[in-house]
Design a binder for this molecule. Structure first.
Ligand code: ADP
Length: 246
């Protein structure tokens, strides 16, 4: 058995006495792609906030690579350890081309302007080609990002995060507003990057979660309700009750 890349152990977060996370424990393996589902208010965003250091838990630890407790670290330190986060809405540099966006992300992960003085090496060019390839944006390399379709912007932003070679990527509802074809392509992209990167994806769209075909964790009231394949968790009576609001 391999050691987990990420291990949330008994994590609780309260807001004015209300428990957004309640003794949540969760393990993610190196290279694993995991889907997190659960009704609104289940604690999914709070869980991502705890992992990235935006929210500090009242109890519990979040161990990364075995011996680093993320709950003790600043957001910027956590990002530098190789944890990237993609929010629901795409954020790309709209007036720059796809190629420039990837170049900027590669040159200067967490700021823009110092990157302007950096020279792109042969190795960088190779990496950019790989990113264009994996995101299927090669034909759009010279298009300004503002002119891309919604799905393409999301893939570009994923490509920009990959430029930083994260060990763990957190992705929040990537397929909201996508067409069926874009949704399928996104599942393909996330599957393609797993193995090399661990990915946690929070999503409501069950067609997409089915296409991912990976282990699913169901959160409810800040705790884990069920874990397993989508078929297994969808047959769980407690999960059915929660989704039907019983
Ligand atoms: P999800 O992402 O699964 O919809 P959230 O993690 O956003 O759930 O929220 C879990 C619960 O915690 C919700 O009831 C929400 O209203 C509450 N909550 C989240 N953030 C805050 C906050 N900053 N202050 C007060 N309550 C919050």
């Amino acid at each position: 058995m391999t050691d987990p890349l990420l291990y949330l152990d008994g994590v609780s977060v309260s807001f004015d006495g209300f428990k957004a996370l309640n003794n949540l424990s969760l393990m993610i393996d190196p290279g694993e792609l995991r889907a997190i589902i659960g009704p609104n208010g289940a604690g999914k965003t709070t869980m991502m906030d705890v992992i990235t250091g935006k929210t500090r838990p009242d109890h519990g630890t979040v161990m990364f690579e075995g011996n680093t407790d993320l709950t003790k670290l600043k957001e910027s330190t956590i990002a530098n350890l190789g944890i990237g986060r993609k929010f629901q809405r795409p954020t790309v540099f709209e007036h720059h081309t796809v190629l420039d966006n990837l170049e900027l992300a590669l040159k200067n992960p967490r700021g823009v302007f110092s990157g302007l003085f950096y020279k792109v090496s042969e190795e960088d060019r190779k990496r950019i080609e790989e990113l264009l390839d994996i995101t299927k944006l090669s034909p759009k390399r010279d298009v300004v990002a503002g002119g891309l379709a919604h799905g393409e912007k999301q893939w570009l932003e994923i490509g920009m995060l990959l430029a930083q070679d994260p060990k763990l990527l957190l992705v929040d509802e990537p397929v909201a507003g996508m067409t069926d074809a874009e949704t399928e392509q996104t599942a393909h992209l996330l599957r393609a990057i797993s193995g090399k990167h661990s990915v946690i994806v929070v999503e409501h769209d069950m067609v997409f979660v089915r296409e991912l075909g990976v282990k699913v964790t169901v959160l409810h009231e800040g705790s884990m309700l069920a874990e397993g394949s989508l078929d297994t968790v969808s047959a769980n009576q407690q999960v059915i009750d929660v989704y039907l609001g019983r």
